[in-house]
Design a protein around this ligand. Sequence first.
Ligand code: G6P
Length: 462
Amino acid sequence: MASTHGAHRILVASNRGPVTYEVREDGSLHARRGGGGLVSGLSAIGPEAGALWVCSALGDGDREAVRRGIGEDGVRMLDIDAEVHADAYNGIANSVLWFVHHMLYQTPLEPVFDAGFRRRWASYEAYNRAFAEALADEAAHSAVVVVQDYHLTLVPGMLRSLRPDLRIGHFSHTPWAPVDYFRMLPDDIAQQVLRGMLGADRLGFLTRRWADAFTTCAAELVGGLGDTRVGVHGLGADADFLRRRSHEADVEERMATLREQIGEGRRTIVRVDRTELSKNIVRGLLAYRQLLDDHPAWHERVVHVAFAYPSRQDLAVYRDYTAAVQRLSGEINAQYGTAGWTPVVLHVKDDFARSLAAYRLADVALVNPIRDGMNLVAKEVPVVSDEGCVLVLSREAGAYEELGEDAISVNPYDVIGTARALHEALSMSVGERAERTKRLAAAATALPPAQWFLEQLHELDQ
Ligand code: G6P
């Protein structure tokens, strides 16, 4: 048996990997590297650790790269059948599990667990199995494997039966649904998800609240956690990287452009999100409109800079949501705008340097998700802010557990309450705002990504 094992001692598995490929017009492949906690975590352990990141090919470019044998050291991209992947990723992970954990269903009509759902579920199983088999193949004897997120809930259980020698962790980057909501899943599916995850030695969550919700689900639906341990690791912002990156020339350039778009002497309310249903961008715009209704004194004196980057555009609800964001921004500008003042500056094209520029300039950051595993924007803004920034933060964001005291908290559904919070934020004294920003930055950087990752490896070693 031992001779058939792979060579890797530390393995990470996630749907989205650290690199994606695009096919250029001349047929060549262009690699784009992503950031995030796992990328910093893995670079912290160094290449000599022989770590392997197993991920899925996501688009045509990735599939082409796999076929041409192009790839990066330490990354194995799985070329899972495109239809199977689409059903698993769009049809189950993003339309069912994401919706359950973020409580996004409009329940009189959705969800519907019918034959189509069962077919897509079979794809989700096949996709999880492809990961489990690849990991079983690549892992050295008693290696550590850390599986990421709701895409791969069945992998720990499958891998455990293929390779009982491995130490398996699973980390959830989302909230976990309260049991009364979670059990809208068909009983056998709910149990399969829980048992799949409980195949791990240890489960990690971003906050105590999500960890407790999982524990309750396990107690009520599958008779408890068994031997699996549950822990909390509140991923923080990467201060060193952010401070350095936000002072590079391209960020300075974008600050100049943004200053022009905002106009002299105006306050700035910034938000930066994927155009994601759970981020609550529409209610944020409604609250801003309410602020302008209630406080004419802010007319011409404030601009809402909203970055809503494209996400999951294969799903019609996400496309519709993007259109709603654009429509409402246009309406607000038509209603209130003047020759010299554009009340909402909306950008929908992804640009990280511009996000950092907006963080530096922001007087107020609006982070009002319906539910959010953590929300790193809330943690990044105070670190990068030039002159202090007031954080208006949803009490339903994971980050609220660590940042709530120095933020102005909002109920994300309460548009009038959010408008009031924006007014309070805009009116805060410069001194108080600077003090709060300092404390927010300290709390936001308490567990940098590298340590966040090492902590989990350490716990799996116990
Ligand atoms: C959330 C999930 C991640 C996911 C990311 C972007 O943060 O927890 O697993 O990668 O959203 O979504 P996408 O569907 O584009 O990968």
